[in-house]
Design a protein. Sequence first.
Length: 394
Amino acid sequence: MERIIFHIDVNSAFLSWSAVEKLKNGETLDIRTIPAIIGGDTKSRHGIVLAKSVPAKAYDIHTAEPVAQARRKCPNLVIVPPDHALYKRYSQKLMALLHTYTPDIEQLSIDECFLDFTPIASQYESPLAAARQIKEEIKSRFGFTVNIGIAPNKVLAKMASDFTKPDRIHTLFYDEIPAKMWPLPVDDLYMVGRSSANRLKSLGIRTIGELAHTDKDYLQQEFKSHGITMWEYANGIGSDTLHPQAREAKGVGNSVTLSTDISQAEEIQKVLLSLSEKVSARLRKAHQLAQTVTVEIKYSDFTSCSHQSAFFAPTNTTNEIYTASCQLFFELWNKHPIRLLGIRTAKLISEDAPQQMSIFDLVPDEKQQRLDAAADSIRNRFGKDSIVRGSMLH
């Protein structure tokens, strides 16, 4: 299978995170909906623009321009001072959630990262379906939006995530480069700064496509090694290798936003079973056992609730996670229609970690373990839909 990389980028991160926090603290005005910036000091009006709202963009306000200049463009501009401790907390929350999908994450900055989708591809209908789930879960849990770029390497994934914003998903595969990337100005190419862009334009190279078709040796002569890098990126050549930071997995989970609201117990149980299968398969692949499970419900009116319990003994079997999830769900559910369901396991330990035994552990459910292992093997080889439980069929 061709490698597939996601680039996940928070839309106007500092401004979005400040907006979400203000709303949580009781403010009624969402600064994302008015001309607003993050930057400088409200009293002194010094500093630069660190982030801007979409309405502020309409006044031709740019990131990194002086705050005083931005205020001249828009006299009623709302200026919010930066809160870097707050941004760090939101970044940590985002990365913790993404690590419940896969450990293969390379954080590029406080508000963006690469995610290697290839090892978990069999768990999803398609890369687009997975990206939609990730994007919607981020929005649902935290209240801010992201762009996701999907591509065969990192540079193309980053380029794709910079297409139309906010709250969008874009692909940029090799056959899409001529139509989607080459018409763009050279300024838009990753790693082409202002001075390089101006120099390229002075040489008559104005679009990424023109750069891609420029003689490589000529670019090397003009820009040294950076000329080769720009030429490679313009032609979609880049690394597909991620460099994840060592990180202990704290949880594994999955959630799904339902295509239609549901309120029938039988249909709900089918969704819980499907989620349990995905979560347990990921635990087994990581050779982890979960000690707790949480069920999350979001109702059709967008109110949310969750409930957690501990397993009698650490587990990664589908049946035990499903049984516990059903029990939690029916303790929590108020009978109203449901928009989203989620299952999340936590307090993970290695499969071979020493455990306190009880009399119930003396005869392990080897049959269930063999069934789970067989199902994992079949799905890994033939795809996630190659084996389906009878209870899932209508």
